[in-house]
Design a protein around this ligand. Structure first.
Ligand code: TRP
Length: 451
């Protein structure tokens, strides 16, 4: 283990870390999952609950993971073990969840590649019923989605294989600025569509009558998913972070940027949805069904459409590398594999499981549990069960077992970094507020208790 520690890579610059961490956070969660959750949960009531959870719990847990990763110089399992040997196996839940998410994440990555090229080639399907048919036929196809899923996974593996600085940091530093540069014009275009106001009203005027216990659970799951929490991905990035870096400020920046991009995705999608008379609650297919119809109709839609899917592609790739990296770091540290082998094996296995998720859209669609196909189950198990569980465990481990004093010492870099809220962060949020509220919402989501 000590040999590993000596060789451990470290992010080359602060900006590089910020791009990598924001790249991990901003992804399908913000651009694809968030809008359809908002749609399914009655608009901005969901947005408000999401924001409250992100600010009070999300940032704290984000800091918690970075602190634990940096202090232990390990990824999830090793970090848990160094604090308390009996917790090591619990730490394994993190990379497991990352792995499960990557399986279906990469499938969606493949869909994005398809739609990117389809849009460039010219979609010319303005009838929503027909784009829905296109989507259903494409995702149910037993070959093409698997090939594209393989390409997406291959790209993810290639970047991770090159390592933290030359792979992850470099790729994120190139891709993230492009992402920021293209999201703004898209929002402007969406807002200038006829009927945009109605979409904004749906998005921004809360309808609390539709809020249920499930809304809280979805919002919590989304905060975890979007901020890349509870799976050892952020923790692993923390372990590559320099000792002098200001964790509170970095965490605040990443969270704000992530929330802002998710918010902008809504600003792009809802005006468009309403402008073209769609139902916002259309579910997971919303983005892939609604958008193509609109891009076929709007002036210069080919251009905007391809840019839109390119944006998606960038955001997905910078996230999937953090998912794979959590698994890779685990294999390197715990099993002594080299990076090449760890990358090849974890990427390949994840590809194979992902194929099953992809086939669940077509040939395997009959295989369901409680109405969810395999694809939906992966999402549910990882985002609703494993991530909150792991988040609670990490908070308890850091604040109760390792203790506030150690945590504060690490987050302030032994007093060199000022953090006035340090004591509230560990003693109030990590010790009590986060475990209790995440735990309650988690149990309510499982149907064990009623909120
Ligand atoms: N945050 C990413 C998104 O919003 C998904 C993701 C990447 C993730 N890495 C993660 C989620 C680690 C949880 C944990 O799309």
């Amino acid at each position: 283990m000590s040999q590993q520690d000596q060789k451990r890579e470290i992010f080359g610059s602060r900006l590089g870390f910020l791009f990598a961490a924001a790249g991990s956070a901003i992804g399908l969660g913000s651009l694809w999952r968030f809008p359809w959750l908002v749609g399914a949960n009655g608009g901005s009531a969901f947005l408000i609950i999401y924001l409250v959870i992100a600010v009070f719990i999300g940032i704290s847990l984000f800091m918690c993971e970075l602190v634990l990763g940096r202090a232990t110089q390990s990824s999830n399992v090793g970090a848990f073990r160094k604090i308390s040997p009996s917790w090591a196996s619990l730490g394994g839940l993190g990379p497991l969840a990352a792995f499960l998410i990557l399986c279906f994440y990469s499938v969606v990555g493949g869909w994005i590649i398809y739609y990117f090229f389809r849009t460039i080639a010219g979609l010319n399907i303005t009838d929503p019923a027909l784009t829905a048919e296109l989507f259903n036929n494409f995702t149910a196809d037993p070959v093409l989605p698997l090939v594209l899923h393989g390409i997406f996974m291959g790209l993810t593996m290639l970047i991770c294989y090159k390592g933290v600085v030359n792979g992850i940091e470099k790729a994120s530093t190139i891709m993230m600025p492009i992402l920021f540069a293209i999201i703004v014009p898209l929002a402007v275009r969406a807002l200038t569509l006829p009927g945009a106001a109605e979409g904004l009203r749906f998005y921004l005027v809360p309808d609390f009558s539709r809020v249920t216990a499930k809304t809280f659970m979805d919002a919590m799951g989304q905060v975890f998913f979007s901020l890349s929490l509870g799976m050892g991905a952020t923790l692993t990035y923390g372990s590559y972070l320099g000792k002098h870096e200001n964790i509170p400020v970095l965490s605040l920046i990443v969270t704000l940027v992530d929330v802002l991009i998710g918010f902008m995705a809504g600003i792009i999608i809802f005006p468009i949805v309403f402008s073209f008379g769609f139902q916002p609650g259309a579910g997971t297919g919303l983005t892939f069904i609604t958008m193509p119809a609109i891009f076929s109709e709007m002036p210069a839609g080919k251009l905007f459409g391809s840019i839109f899917f390119f944006l998606f592609f960038l955001s997905a790739l910078t996230s999937s590398i953090s998912l794979l990296e959590a698994a890779i770091a685990y294999l390197i540290e715990e099993h002594g594999w080299d990076r090449k082998r760890a990358t090849l094996v974890s990427g390949t296995v994840s590809f194979v499981v992902g194929c099953l998720a992809s086939l669940a859209m077509g040939p395997l669609s009959g295989f369901t549990i409680k109405g969810l196909n395999f694809f939906g189950q992966l999402d549910w198990v990882s985002a609703t069960i494993l991530q909150p569980l792991c988040g609670i465990l990490t908070a308890i481990l850091v604040s109760w077992i390792w203790g506030s004093r150690n945590a504060i010492q690490e987050i302030t870099s032994d007093g060199r970094v000022k953090f006035a809220l340090a004591s509230i962060w560990t003693n109030v949020i990590l010790r009590c507020v986060a475990p209790i509220s995440v735990g309650l919402i988690f149990l309510a989501g499982l149907g064990v208790i009623r909120l």
